[in-house]
Design a protein around this ligand. Sequence first.
Ligand SMILES: *[C@@H]1O[C@H](CO)[C@@H](O)[C@H](O)[C@H]1NC(C)=O
Ligand SMILES: *[C@@H]1O[C@H](CO)[C@@H](O)[C@H](O)[C@H]1NC(C)=O
Ligand SMILES: *[C@@H]1O[C@H](CO)[C@@H](O)[C@H](O)[C@H]1NC(C)=O
Ligand SMILES: *[C@@H]1O[C@H](CO)[C@@H](O)[C@H](O)[C@H]1NC(C)=O
Length: 454
Amino acid sequence: MDVVKLLLLGFCCLASAQYEPNWDSLDARPLPAWYDQAKFGIFIHWGVFSVPSYGGGETGKGASEWFWWDWKGAKESWAVDFMERNYLATFTYPDFAPQFKAELFSPGDWAQTIMDSGAKYVVLTSKHHEGWTNWPSNTSWNWNAMAEGPHMDLVGSLAQAISAYPALRFGLYFSQFEWFNPVYLADKAGGFKTQNYVAEVSMRQMYEIVEQYKPQVVWSDGDWEAPYTYWNSTEFLAWLYNESPVKDEVVVNDRWGQGCACHHGGYYTCSDRYDPHTLQKHKWENAMTIDKYSWGFRREATIDQYLSIEELVSELVVTVSCGGNMLMNVGPTHDGRIAPILQERLEQMGAWLKINGEAIYNTTPWTYQNDSVNANVWYTENKETMSVYALFLKWPTNYNLELGSIYPAPNSTVTLLGYPTPLKWEVTSPTILVKLPSLPLDSTLQWGWALKFH
Ligand SMILES: *[C@@H]1O[C@H](CO)[C@@H](O)[C@H](O)[C@H]1NC(C)=O
Ligand SMILES: *[C@@H]1O[C@H](CO)[C@@H](O)[C@H](O)[C@H]1NC(C)=O
Ligand SMILES: *[C@@H]1O[C@H](CO)[C@@H](O)[C@H](O)[C@H]1NC(C)=O
Ligand SMILES: *[C@@H]1O[C@H](CO)[C@@H](O)[C@H](O)[C@H]1NC(C)=O
């Protein structure tokens, strides 16, 4: 071997061995900066479960995407009764697939709606625990969106529509396990000593989705029954970070095997709807739902079972001030619509962020997260512009906002985002009073406000 070849080999292998397949190495990878700056993303749970789209109402309060399990696995009475009342005894869960037609699906409209919500990234279920793949997977030959139902590559269509918006990044959720996959169940019955399902299904699928759709988020789930060594998570992540087509920009979460959540991976999601209300040392994400109980669409959901825009804004503000991102879930219908109630929440969030986004995007947690005297005030900071933001969730009836954690210099300006002129404030040691304007405010300014101290 000549010297040039040796040199080339050296370069190749040094570069490609940057991350090793162990947690010490993988956990040391810096999170690509775009993710922390983005703060707000949209989660989409869509699959065959969107056909029954039923979570048991008040009885079940179930997540509709778990319907197959609730019916055939846990045998919840509300799910069993629902099937007995409405379907022939011979009806099986796969019989729902032909009804997942997505005949009204307009990926361009979805992309526009997501863009208008103020989100900076979107994460779609490529495959949930039911095993159905929303792309034409080689390893799921008769149980995917091209072979059945829509007869369309849903992942590819949305990825393409999203790519029309450079400000939006596309990500994919992926369930490691499948409730009823016989190959998985055989591995499980043997105490996960064999990896046939990983070799034949999950690992091949993860390579497929990364290579074909180049997701900038890989959101792993369904990992908790088996150790990461069974899933070969560290081997996959080393490939993802070293060699994949998204190696520089991709971010991942923390659900890579039993005990990994909140400890290993990229950003931490810990548990569903994780919202600690205190500053966290590690970057985290609050993955939550507009429907209080379900990730998949639920036809029986009543209006009080959806979070209000006030609640959503509050959730976002608290999350961001404590260093998190919020990934807000919508469950589309089986025919491909984003229901008007969800659409309204997305539009409202976008309208709110249009005015207040300056206090959210590209910010970092400040010295204090919540105010010492006013429980409705949460802080963020933009170090680049040297601004501190006090986001407040209740308008004081006397128009005097009392703050105990911030003491602006005499020459600083205090403004209300969306309001043209600076505000007056007075020192009332140990607190300050900011004099809010008494003008009627624009309706989009009614769900939470941001003061800027500069
Ligand atoms: C599917 O598998 C075949 C052969 O097994 C391969 O040639 C083809 O490229 C694969 N397609 C995809 C999309 O991975
Ligand atoms: C898992 O990783 C080990 C160690 O690198 C490797 O020997 C094995 O073939 C991998 N299994 C699968 C299913 O990818
Ligand atoms: C708000 O901050 C105080 C410290 O000033 C802390 O003791 C309290 O737990 C915080 N409240 C919430 C809801 O985080
Ligand atoms: C305010 O005054 C301080 C000195 O007291 C100075 O360092 C700072 O730059 C001034 N800020 C502005 C915005 O003028």
